[in-house]
Design a binder for this molecule. Structure first.
Ligand SMILES: NC(=O)c1ccc[n+]([C@@H]2O[C@H](COP(=O)([O-])OP(=O)(O)OC[C@H]3O[C@@H](n4cnc5c(N)ncnc54)[C@H](OP(=O)(O)O)[C@@H]3O)[C@@H](O)[C@H]2O)c1
Length: 250
C-alpha cells in the first residue's frame, strides 16, 4: 500500500487529487489550514473507500513544525508527494502590490514547496522509490503583467523541478510537474481576496479546466510503468491560447 502526501487538499486541485489517489488505493496524508474542510473530505473519502487510511494535518505549509508532524504521521515513509498548496494574491503591478502578499506567495509557492522536497526526498531515496509531482503553472513558462511575483514563483518551481530530475536520475525517483492554465477552483477567489464577482468574471464566457481534469492527468502520470517519467504536462482549456489570450463567447 502506497502512502501519498497532498498539500492543499482542502480545495480545488488538491481535493480532486485526493479522490484519485484514494481510488488508486493509496493511504493519504492530507495537509491544509482549514481543518473543517479536511474533516469533511475525510468523511466523503471514507464513504467511498471505508478501509482507506487517512491522516489529517491542519497546518500552514509555512509552519516550522510541519516537518515534524509529517514525519510522525508518515513514519518517515512517503511514496507519492503532491506538492500542490499554492496561491496568487492580487493582480496589481508590483509598485501597487502589498509587500505582505508578495512575501506570502514566495513563502508558500517556493519556500514551502522546496522545504517539503528537502524533507521527503531523503526518505524516498532510503526506501529506493518515490514519485514527486510539483504543481507549477503555465505562469511558470510565460510571465504576464499583474502576475510578476506569482509568475516568478512558478518559474522557480519549474527550475527546481528540472534540476531535481537531473539530481535523482537513475535512483528510481520520478520527478514530475503539472503546469495548468485556467482551472476553475477557489484560486481566483483567493487571488481577488473574496471578491466573488471579479473571481467569477475570470471564467466568464469560456469553459475552464476542472480540478478533476488535473487529477486525471496526475493519475495518468502516476500509473505509467516505473520506467516511464512524464516530465511535465502543460495543459490549458480549449479557449485559452496562452496566459494572456482567452477567447470568450460573449
Ligand atoms: N486554478 C488555476 O487556474 C491554477 C492554474 C495553474 C496552477 N495552479 C496551482 O495549483 C495549485 C492548487 O490551486 P487550486 O487551483 O486548487 O486553488 P485553491 O482551490 O485555492 O486551493 C489551494 C489549496 O492550497 C491550500 N493552501 C494555500 N495556502 C496554504 C498554506 N499557506 N498552507 C497550507 N495550505 C495552503 C489551500 O488550503 P487552506 O486554505 O485550507 O490552507 C487549498 O487547499 C496551486 O499551487 C496553484 O498555484 C492553479
Amino acid at each position: 500500500m502506497k502512502k501519498a502526501l497532498i498539500t492543499g487538499a482542502s480545495s480545488g486541485i488538491g481535493r480532486s487529487m485526493s479522490f484519485s489517489l484514494a481510488s488508486m488505493g493509496h493511504e493519504l496524508i492530507l495537509v491544509a489550514r482549514r481543518l473543517q474542510r479536511l474533516e469533511e473530505l475525510k468523511k466523503e473519502l471514507l464513504s467511498l473507500y471505508p478501509h482507506l487510511k487517512i491522516k489529517l494535518i491542519d497546518s500552514d505549509v509555512n509552519s516550522p513544525d510541519l516537518g515534524k508532524r509529517i514525519a510522525e504521521a508518515s513514519n518517515e515513509k512517503i511514496d507519492v508527494l503532491i506538492n500542490n498548496a499554492g496561491l496568487a494574491l492580487g493582480k496589481d503591478f508590483v509598485q501597487d502590490s502589498q509587500w505582505s502578499d508578495l512575501e506570502m506567495m514566495i513563502q508558500t509557492n517556493i519556500m514551502a514547496n522546496f522545504k517539503l522536497v528537502h524533507l521527503v526526498l531523503p526518505w524516498m531515496l532510503k526506501h529506493g522509490e518515490g514519485d514527486i509531482i510539483n504543481l507549477c503553472s503555465v505562469a511558470g513558462h510565460h510571465s504576464y503583467q499583474g502576475g510578476a511575483v506569482y509568475c516568478a514563483t512558478k518559474h522557480a518551481v519549474h527550475s527546481f523541478t528540472q534540476a531535481l530530475r537531473e539530481e535523482t536520475c537513475g535512483k528510481n525517483i520520478r520527478i514530475m510537474q503539472i503546469s495548468p492554465g485556467m482551472v476553475e477552483t477557489e484560486f481566483s477567489l483567493t487571488r481577488f481576496k473574496g471578491d466573488q464577482t471579479t473571481a467569477e468574471n475570470v471564467y466568464a464566457g469560456m469553459k475552464a479546466l476542472s480540478a478533476d481534469d488535473i487529477a486525471d492527468m496526475m493519475q495518468f502520470m502516476l500509473s505509467r510503468p516505473r520506467h516511464v517519467v512524464i516530465d511535465e504536462i502543460i495543459t490549458m482549456p480549449m479557449a485559452q491560447g496562452s496566459p494572456t489570450k482567452v477567447v470568450r463567447s460573449n
